[in-house]
Design a binder for this molecule. Structure first.
Ligand SMILES: Nc1ncnc2c1ncn2[C@@H]1O[C@H](COP(=O)(O)OP(=O)(O)O)[C@@H](O)[C@H]1O
Ligand SMILES: Nc1ccn([C@H]2C[C@H](O)[C@@H](COP(=O)(O)OP(=O)(O)O)O2)c(=O)n1
Length: 232
């Protein structure tokens, strides 16, 4: 048996914004009783810390320092992820559109990614981990037992985001959201360091027009085919 086989199993779910990664990762983790890593929340919190400290978003050295020193804590309350930055709850602050865009810029800096790499790997514990992000299957957990690359058309992703924000009482323009999604796709896919891309051994799933339950069922079928939860 190789060393990889001794490590807890990882299910990597990567894809662009609004493809449903977070939703599916959470449902899957609940179903399997696995730990959950929302790696985007880590980049978002680093971006928020940088914005709070008024760090210039082009100053790579200062941003890497922010990432290294990042005092972030995750907790789960009523099955919702809560995020704390220096002890202050920032769960909804990190979802603001200006933080999303800043996260995408901050995440393009190799030294920032390097500073956050081990923290992400530390989430890998028994009985297993579901990890959601952009480079889970390519860089952070290249030996993941299951790799899913979840996509959906940009218009549908913008519509989903609009419905989500409107549901939270935030008034948004669908056109602006579509522009933001396209800008973020371009940043995330075209950067040098760990760009958003499907790993060679990832299974690609297009969720356009497929409801959440149906996507979950497809993912569960793949997962149960490759790992047996509860059997380390
Ligand atoms: N297959 C789907 N069909 C319709 N809506 C979806 C689907 N998957 C996710 N959503 C909704 O789209 C929004 C964005 O999903 P989310 O999981 O946050 O995406 P991501 O983590 O990829 O950015 C949420 O409101 C979620 O409920
Ligand atoms: N593993 C990751 C996760 C997120 N990022 C960056 C790129 C994304 O635009 C931002 C925010 O990620 P997040 O997954 O929270 O974004 P969405 O919920 O999909 O809109 O962080 C990354 O570069 N690598």
């Amino acid at each position: 048996m190789s060393d990889t086989n001794k490590l807890p199993p990882v299910i990597a779910i990567d894809g662009p914004s609004g493809s449903g990664k977070g939703t599916i990762a959470k449902l899957l983790a609940e179903r399997l009783n696995f730990f959950l890593l929302d790696s985007g929340a880590l980049y978002r919190t680093a971006a928020l810390a940088a914005l709070d400290r008024r760090v210039d978003l082009t100053d790579e050295v200062a941003l890497a320092q922010v990432a290294k020193e990042l005092d972030v804590r995750f907790a789960v309350h009523d099955s919702q992820l809560q995020v704390y930055l220096e002890g202050r709850e920032v769960t909804s602050d990190i979802r603001m559109e200006r933080v999303s865009m800043a996260a995408s810029r901050v995440a393009a800096i190799p030294a920032v990614r390097a500073a956050l790499l081990q923290r992400q790997r530390d989430f890998r514990r028994l009985p297993g981990l579901v990890a959601d992000g952009r480079d889970m299957g390519t860089t952070v957990f290249p030996d993941a037992q299951v790799k899913i690359y979840l996509t959906a058309g940009a218009e549908e992703r913008a519509r989903r985001r609009a419905a989500q924000l409107r549901g939270e009482g935030v008034s948004v323009s669908l056109r602006d959201l579509l522009e933001d999604i396209r800008a973020r796709d371009a940043l995330d896919m075209n950067r040098e360091a760990s760009p958003l891309a499907a790993a060679e051994d990832a299974v690609e799933l297009d969720s356009t027009g497929v409801d959440i339950e149906a996507v979950l069922q497809r993912v569960l079928t793949l997962v149960l085919d490759r790992i047996q939860p509860g059997v380390p």
